[in-house]
Ligand binder design. Structure first.
Ligand SMILES: Cc1cc2nc3c(=O)[nH]c(=O)nc-3n(C[C@H](O)[C@H](O)[C@H](O)COP(=O)(O)OP(=O)(O)OC[C@H]3O[C@@H](n4cnc5c(N)ncnc54)[C@H](O)[C@@H]3O)c2cc1C
Length: 400
């Protein structure tokens, strides 16, 4: 690719994909004084549903909260805090209960509507003097060189010191760069919705492991509204997507053992085939990084995907601090290794958890209940588990 200086748009960093992860990293780099260009095929859209809420919501960890506060985005959000998490299962009576108070905190995390989150980050991007927003599909060609990456966007050409791929789990840029990705099919599909229940959610995140997959009800701003994430076999999901509203609500009430009472109303249902994936490298060239879902996708059963993406962002912003050249050879080698290791360990952990709760035979089910009871009564183990889940444990911190 030949660069003609006259029509070349030079910038320090180009981010492809303005989802929450790409938009957050662009904002952080721009706040640090770098010129950033964000390419996305569309502006983020709010998807308001039946209850005046966005039809998708995400659990955010305290570590993500710290990042979003630093980016002056948190102050624009109205997330719902949750102080307790209850996890129980279909076969057995053992239950895990995590309480923020045990850690001296007031909350374990927050449930945030997805549309307003992206909207808040983008509002800051629109206002930012260091940010250029380009509405376009993936670059038609990318040529990484020693000093810069050349990016073709149809007739337009950009050059950047660093190119960041944040264009989601099906990343076209990743494919274009020829970066191999390991994909594990979970054999599950998530059916999501927002529902209204007869009992209040008590700012608790509820998750029941059914043999077919976990069903979670996550607390929303209104005390009787909850965001549903119901992972299940593809056949069960196909059937439940077709159920009429009343039948769906009845099945959901049964699946959650009516812990929140009757499911009285439900918004439209969305379905997400679930895979887990990790790319062969997060840093295929010294001037290219992959982050967010473009680098790894995890099962939503622990509400971690976006939080891991925000960990990528926090680590990247720290790594870029003070670097004269944000794509200098060797700058990202250790960061990329750590992030990939973290991704692989999370994928393995979540696969194991999915299998662990899917064991149907009486003996493994008995052992599982025994183990879960043991963990539930061990304050130090629980504290360690929760600290990691909040993003403040030694593993989460050490792998940024
Ligand atoms: C059912 C479900 C529930 C979940 N719940 C949680 C949770 O509770 N907590 C949590 O932390 N995570 C959760 N996740 C995971 C979370 O949604 C993702 O990890 C997160 O959205 C990834 O953000 P991202 O910015 O990397 O990618 P995306 O959100 O996929 O954004 C990618 C961006 O790239 C743009 N793009 C894509 N292709 C192109 C192209 N060719 N050209 C230009 N632009 C392009 C898109 O328009 C989009 O803006 C859940 C996932 C699912 C499926």
């Amino acid at each position: 690719m030949q660069a003609n200086e006259a029509d070349l748009n030079k910038t320090e960093v180009v981010v492809v994909g303005g989802g929450p992860v790409g938009a957050a990293v662009a904002l952080g780099l721009a706040d640090a004084g770098r010129d950033v260009c964000v390419i996305d095929k569309r502006r983020p859209q709010k998807r308001p549903g039946k209850f005046g809420m966005d039809s998708r919501a995400t659990a955010l960890s305290p570590a993500s909260q710290v990042l979003l506060a630093e980016l002056e985005v948190w102050q624009r959000l109205k997330p719902t805090p949750y102080g307790t998490m209850r996890v129980w299962e279909e076969r057995g009576t053992a239950e895990l209960c995590f309480d923020a108070e045990d850690l001296g905190r007031t909350e374990l995390g927050w449930i945030q509507e997805s549309g307003p989150l992206s909207d808040a980050i983008w509002t800051r991007l629109f206002e930012h003097p260091n940010v250029q927003l380009i509405r376009a599909e993936t670059p038609s060609a990318v040529a990484p060189g020693q000093q810069e990456v050349l990016i073709h966007l149809g007739e337009r050409r950009l050059s950047a010191r660093l190119l960041i791929a944040a264009d989601g789990g099906k990343s076209t840029l990743r494919q274009q760069l020829g970066v191999k990705t390991d994909v594990w099919d979970t054999d599950q599909v998530a059916v999501t919705s927002v529902v209204r229940t007869s009992k209040a959610h008590a700012n608790t995140a509820w998750q029941r492991f059914l043999l077919d997959g976990p069903v979670a009800l996550l607390p929303c701003a209104e005390a009787h509204n909850a965001a549903l994430v119901w992972s299940q076999s593809p056949a069960a999901a196909a059937r439940r997507m077709e159920l009429d509203d009343a039948a769906f609500r009845t099945e959901l009430t049964q699946a959650t053992e009516a812990r929140l009472g009757e499911v009285e109303a439900a918004d439209r249902r969305l379905r997400f085939p679930l895979v887990q994936s990790v790319t062969a490298t997060f840093n295929p060239h010294h001037r290219i990084l992959l982050i967010g879902d473009a680098a790894r996708v995890v099962h939503p059963l622990a509400g971690l995907g976006l939080n891991l993406g925000f960990e990528d962002v926090a680590g990247l912003l720290r790594g870029a601090q003070g670097a004269l050249d944000p794509g200098a050879p060797g700058l990202w080698r250790i960061y990329a290794r750590r992030r990939r290791l973290r991704a692989l360990s999370m994928v393995r952990f979540l696969s194991a958890l999915q299998k662990f709760y899917g064991l149907r035979q009486p003996a493994p089910a008995w052992l599982r209940n025994f183990g879960v009871r043991l963990v539930n009564h061990s304050a130090p183990i629980k504290r360690q588990l929760v600290t990691e889940a909040l993003g403040f444990g030694p593993v989460a911190q050490g792998m940024r």
